[in-house]
Design a protein around this ligand. Structure first.
Ligand code: NAD
Length: 356
């Protein structure tokens, strides 16, 4: 870089000047690169996206949150709106978006079965066209892009626990396929943009995560159980409750995601991020009753189609490559989540779809 340019860069101090720096030197890295980055979080108003935005804003980054508010509400990021380094943009990622950024966390996608099955074609479009739009932006800006993939790519697994090398057993024509296959196709696109165009990617396979700011009407097992327990309503268990799940607290998840984004460029994933503790659904229901002090009864309902019997991440790779493993036990995380559910007015929440 010419000496005159270098001295100009050293004078970069304000946020506006940092933006200018990237426009002048797109994709520039090295000692003069400011450590503050322009970061796009799609689905940034959602449960996980809002926590991610919070962490990135606190670290001083210039954060753009993009969301169509299908399964979320502005209250999740309302506390960030006054921050000079946070912007909120209503946009649907199936449509192209023109921004200049350094990093993209692609989190936009309905994640709960009732939500993603409500309009399955839209779900597939969000995964596939959203991935194409974000990868196109990453290619143009020479930005790094991380895909929020899912343990659902393993389907109803025959291998337990699931390592990243397991290719999965997904039913491509079942009611869950719009999500499972959409996320699988997105992984394919990420790898192809990486191999064909050298886009700097990361793929994280997220396992069941819970915590404050879950949508009370998302129909996921943790939010359903807590909402029903606090209201004194019967707790609905699908099947006998013998099926198992692993539950990762949101702080652990966000830490794993940020480590993956900032990890070495030669480790693009996929990497499993989840808590390897395995609990039956019945155990989760009983723990929820104990921690909430509820007297609700447990009632059984028929198991939905293609519901996986067992789910537990093998996190060897995350431990080795990212030095990451979860720190929060289910009892502790569930206590905090129940406290949050008690602190909000659930009637203020609108159910995104009738399926919860
Ligand atoms: N929470 C989990 O247990 C879990 C597990 C595996 C994967 N994931 C993945 O993590 C991501 C976030 O999940 P979450 O639990 O925070 O769910 P969420 O529903 O709270 O967040 C998703 C966000 O994306 C937004 N969105 C949906 N479609 C969009 C579109 N077309 N354009 C713009 N915004 C759109 C929603 O309004 C919402 O704010 C999802 O991609 C999900 O597949 C989550």
């Amino acid at each position: 870089m010419p000496a005159a340019d270098a001295s100009r860069v050293r004078r970069v101090t304000s946020l506006d000047m940092r933006v200018h720096y990237h426009d002048v030197f797109p994709g520039e890295s090295g000692p003069l690169m400011p450590s503050i980055k322009r970061i796009l979080v799609t689905g940034g108003a959602g449960f996980l996206g809002s926590h991610l935005c919070e962490r990135l804003v606190e670290a001083g980054h210039d954060v753009v949150c993009v969301d169509n508010f299908f399964t979320s509400q502005k209250t999740n990021v309302a506390h960030l709106l006054g921050c000079g380094n946070f912007e909120l943009l209503r946009h649907d990622i199936i449509h192209p978006l023109w921004l200049e950024v350094d990093e993209i966390y692609n989190f936009a996608c309905p994640a709960a079965p009732g939500h993603y099955q409500y309009n399955p074609i839209k779900t597939m479009k969000t995964s596939v066209m959203g991935a194409i739009n974000m990868l196109g932006m990453a290619k143009r800006c020479r930005a790094k892009v991380l895909q929020a993939s899912t343990s659902e790519v393993y389907g109803d697994p025959e291998v337990h626990p699931q390592p990243e090398s397991y290719r999965g057993a997904v039913n491509p024509i079942g009611p869950r396929a719009c999500y499972d296959e959409g996320k699988r196709a997105a992984e394919t696109l990420f790898m192809d943009y990486h191999r064909a165009n050298g886009v700097n990617i990361r793929i994280v396979r997220i396992f069941n995560t819970y915590g404050p700011r879950m949508h009370p009407y998302d129909g996921r097992v943790v939010s359903n159980f807590i909402r029903q327990a606090l209201a004194g309503e019967p707790i609905t268990i699908f099947g006998t409750g013998a099926q198992t799940r692993s539950f990762c607290y949101r702080d652990d998840l966000v830490e794993g995601i940020i480590r993956m984004m900032n990890g070495p460029d030669d480790f693009v994933g996929p990497v499993n991020i989840g808590n390897p503790g395995e609990f039956t659904i019945r155990q989760l229901a009983e723990l929820t009753l104990e921690l909430s002090g509820s007297k609700s009864q447990l009632v059984e309902k028929p198991l939905p189609v293609d519901d996986p019997e067992r789910r537990r991440p093998d996190i060897t790779l995350a431990k080795q490559k990212l030095g990451w493993e979860p720190q929060v036990a289910l009892r502790e995380g569930l206590t905090k989540t129940i406290e949050w559910f008690r602190s909000v007015k659930i009637s203020d929440y609108r159910a995104p779809t009738p399926n919860y």
